[in-house]
Ligand binder design. Sequence first.
Ligand code: ADP
Ligand code: MG
Length: 363
Amino acid sequence: MKASTLSDAALPIAIRDLTKRYGPVYALNAVDLDVHSGEFLTLLGPSGSGKTTLLMAIAGFNRPDSGSIKFGAEEVILKPPHKRDVGMVFQSYALFPQMSVADNIGFPLKLRGVGAPERAARVEEALETVQLGGFGARGIDQLSGGQRQRVALARAFVFGPRILLMDEPLSALDKKLRERMQIELKHLHRKLGVTTVYVTHDQREALTMSDRIAVINDGQLVQLDAPEVIYNAPANAFVADFIGESTMLPLTRGASGLMYRDQKIAETRDGESWSLVVRPERLFFAAQDAQSDDNTIVLRGTLRETVFQGESEMALVALDNGIELAFRFGTGATTNSTGGGLGEQVAVGLNRKDVIIIPGETT
Ligand code: ADP
Ligand code: MG
């Protein structure tokens, strides 16, 4: 690929105190967010949490009520979208149906006054980058959904923007294609090196693709961290619940530390209340007579259900306070050998190194 389509320099984005209201609804509520130069950052949150509003504010398609957005050192809040030099990919593709593939991709170059010969060369390069070499003459209606999204992607980066914004670009694709495109998009990002803000409500997609994830809820930034940190050290119950599977057990403050019933779970820490977050894949069946020790916490309950799910099996264990512990184990292993049958008492182990504690009561 020629340097002409590469971003000359990726730009960092600095967002400060950004607020956008629709009537009584705060779509964005005092958001502070720094996107590093060249990183792949994902805005992750449930439907209606404000992801699109934030992305459109960065692109310039909506005007926030207050706050600041800087690209590098430059304040852009008053700049119209076409002067912000960002590439944009929408869920709906937003291609021009009457234009050929090549004309769609060449459109932003034409707008920028790039002449026909250079345009053709850069369009062909971009097509190769998205693995559609030779597709230029086709009509949009001759393409599959995945191919259309590749065209939309090529159109977004062909002019070498220093920021690339994508709003749920894969959500219309089926699962297999979506997962392949996630990997392809990641490769493309590595190749282009462009600062990328990606929106999804799919936590797996966010964990797969991102350098960092910004978790959004109710127009507010809840946590901003690398995927591993988001998963292993969620900031609160919302993040723990939204990302990955979990069961939350309420803790109390005892004389020697934070307790789950009569068992010490961790040292005392600041705050009023705490919960233990248990990830299903961190649990294991323990021997019936196993006891908690320095390395392991043992919980006892009744085996309520086991569900075969292909590569793994899910068990539900009802603790004697009624909380149901979700618990996942590989179907290839013999991990179930110490487990009893349905309705029987089982012992479930959790390594202390896998303990996750969040502030707040959750049950
Ligand atoms: P997400 O992309 O995370 O699903 P949005 O940014 O689209 O969320 O919406 C955030 C909130 O703002 C929602 O409550 C939504 O109903 C509201 N909202 C978004 N756009 C508009 C609009 N043009 N008019 C009124 N309310 C809007
Ligand atoms: Mg949206």
